[in-house]
Write a protein that binds this ligand. Structure first.
Ligand SMILES: Cc1cc2nc3c(=O)[nH]c(=O)nc-3n(C[C@H](O)[C@H](O)[C@H](O)COP(=O)(O)O)c2cc1C
Length: 182
């Protein structure tokens, strides 16, 4: 099983990182053979999509924006599972993650049947107020539109307790990771 783990928070040791790390721990322990490729978007140079549609006329090498995505397209095409891990910023994914998501348009046709995992951390103590529920629906609709399979998702609030200090959240998301199979 090949997994592409995409981390959209700028905080390498923050809440999203803690959630993702517990999830991956569960994945690795249940699937020791899993091949995990980890992207930390904030350290990469990924420019926003320019909407030129050049990529739709000749494949991924035709993306007009030449940056670190050039080296990632092959991993996206090759992987079985993509994990989108993001903090909720202004009711949606982080800008780092949005740039990544938009740029996958270059491989839109090769996304079909890929399994998608959504991990999100929000700051508001209330999921209803935070915007995370709308984000989760957005991810489900995106999967439906692109022919991807929304496998499962986990949303955690960092509002009252940081994720790394929340044993229930860490245990829940670890178990979810353990349930990942292809
Ligand atoms: C620019 C910005 C926008 C945010 N917007 C929201 C929001 O709409 N809803 C919410 O519940 N929390 C929001 N937050 C709080 C973050 O989701 C929260 O602090 C989260 O734990 C950050 O994860 P991290 O530790 O991985 O950076 C926002 C934070 C920032 C910096």
């Amino acid at each position: 099983m090949k997994i592409l783990s995409v981390m959209g928070s700028p905080h390498k040791n923050g809440n999203t990182a803690a959630l993702l790390s517990a999830y991956l721990k569960g994945v690795i322990e249940a699937n020791p053979e899993a091949e995990i490729n980890e992207l930390y978007l904030d350290e990469m140079n990924i420019r926003p999509c320019r909407g030129c549609f050049t990529c739709q006329t000749g494949g991924i090498e035709n993306c007009a924006v030449k940056d670190d995505m050039s080296g990632v397209y092959g991993n996206i095409v090759d992987t079985d599972v993509i994990i989108y891990a993001t903090p909720i910023y202004t009711f949606s994914m982080s800008a780092q993650m949005k740039a990544f998501a938009d740029r996958t348009f270059a491989v839109a046709w090769q996304l079909r049947n890929k399994k998608i995992v959504s991990l999100a951390v929000y700051g508001n103590p209330s999921a209803e107020v935070s915007g995370v529920l709308g984000y989760q629906e957005y991810m489900k609709k995106l999967c439906q539109f692109a022919g991807m399979k929304y496998l499962h998702g986990y949303n955690a609030s960092s509002g009252l307790t940081p994720v790394e200090k929340n044993p229930k959240v860490l245990d829940d998301v670890y178990k979810l990771g353990s349930s990942l199979t292809t």
